[in-house]
Ligand binder design. Structure first.
Ligand SMILES: Cc1cc2nc3c(=O)[nH]c(=O)nc-3n(C[C@H](O)[C@H](O)[C@H](O)COP(=O)(O)OP(=O)(O)OC[C@H]3O[C@@H](n4cnc5c(N)ncnc54)[C@H](O)[C@@H]3O)c2cc1C
Length: 318
């Protein structure tokens, strides 16, 4: 056993002692991401409440392992060799939605489509755009998820976070302290979103429902199904990554089991037999060809984890 493996095992045992039954070892990342790719996770801990997260934080702030929070895994590409650290999955009490007149309080593990539908059914407008984004509330805050002309920054009032390397306490974060930008936030890798408060307005439930259904219809028409992680690249200023990739003739480009979608050029599909290495190679190849042909460097929106070097364009703070 290497000393890193021993350290991870000691960490797993320590977490297990405080959160019995919540720790698993060598779980394949492929079971936790929409790409259905990625090798084993050293230690995976399931956290069911903010108290449990604080228990984990009391350990991690001392041990300082490599860490990753996984939401719904809908924006993650993890290397085939996996992730040799501690990954956290939030669930249980952290999946919750409370609706009052102008405010929605949601636990970070809540799937965005569930949030959108519950809120709309109660006649509250503003979160309909989440119905087509298969992430979690925590992932939406971390990524400033958005679509259909709206973004998390527009609706988020505040979030509550725990810094796994900090004081092991729940911290209230007003929206402006999160510096939400285009598909990014100022959250550090060690900061975990526990809950979020959104501002909504009262509306007719049927009108909210109609907007939801329109978004679902639009997505079915314009986006491919199958294993993908949504848009791979950010849109460059004043243009669309999909349009550029298409204009470069890259729809249908393939490396191994990875394929640039014919339906939406900014989606890269993982077909049966694909590896994370195939995906990663195709992301870099698309980036290279668009740069050669247009002079524009597309930056990945996709979070890539566990690969050798930092890919061009990956947010440096992560
Ligand atoms: C079919 C499809 C369509 C999509 N369409 C859109 C779209 O229209 N707009 C859009 O913005 N995105 C879209 N996405 C991408 C993705 O759904 C969003 O980025 C989403 O916000 C990611 O949430 P997640 O919970 O899956 O996060 P993950 O993919 O699990 O993680 C993404 C990042 O968020 C961090 N994170 C996750 N949870 C937390 C937490 N609780 N606390 C702190 N950090 C956390 C992770 O560590 C990681 O860095 C799409 C994806 C798919 C598969």
């Amino acid at each position: 056993m290497t000393s890193r493996t021993q350290d991870l095992e000691a960490l797993a045992e320590e977490i297990e002692a405080r959160l019995p039954g919540r720790v698993r070892r060598r779980v394949p990342f492929a079971t936790l991401t929409t790409y259905r790719l990625g090798g084993p996770i050293g230690v995976l801990a399931e956290v069911h409440s903010d108290e449990e997260l604080l228990e984990v934080a009391r350990i991690t702030r001392e041990v300082r392992p490599r860490m990753l929070v996984i939401g719904r895994g809908s924006n993650l590409l993890v290397a085939d060799r996996g992730f040799d650290g501690l990954a956290l999955v939030l669930t249980g009490d952290l999946e919750s939605v409370e609706v009052s007149e102008g405010i929605v309080l949601a636990g970070s593990a809540t799937p965005l489509p569930v949030l959108a539908r519950r809120v709309a059914a109660l006649g509250r407008a503003g979160l309909e755009f989440y119905v087509g984004i298969p992430g979690s509330v925590g992932g939406a805050v971390a990524m400033n998820a958005g679509g259909h002309g709206h973004s998390t920054a527009e609706v988020l009032v505040r979030a509550w976070t725990v810094d796994l390397l900090g004081e092991a306490q729940l911290v209230e974060r007003p929206q402006r302290s999160l510096a939400l930008g285009y598909r990014e936030s100022a959250l550090r890798r060690s900061e975990v979103v526990v809950a979020a408060e959104f501002g909504v307005s009262v509306d007719d439930p049927e009108a909210c429902q109609a907007r939801l259904e329109e978004i679902v219809r639009w997505r079915r028409t314009h986006q491919p199904g199958g294993a993908n992680a949504g848009s791979v690249f950010r849109n460059p200023e004043g243009d669309s990554a999909g349009r550029l990739i298409d204009a470069c003739g890259l729809k249908g480009l393939r490396i191994g089991g990875a394929l640039v979608s014919a339906k939406h050029a900014n989606f890269i599909q993982a077909e049966a037999g694909a590896t994370a290495a195939d995906l990663r190679a195709l992301v870099l190849e698309v980036q290279r060809r668009v740069l050669d042909q247009t002079g524009i460097r597309l930056e990945p929106e996709l979070r890539m984890v566990g690969f050798e070097e930092t890919p061009e364009g990956e947010p440096a703070r992560r």
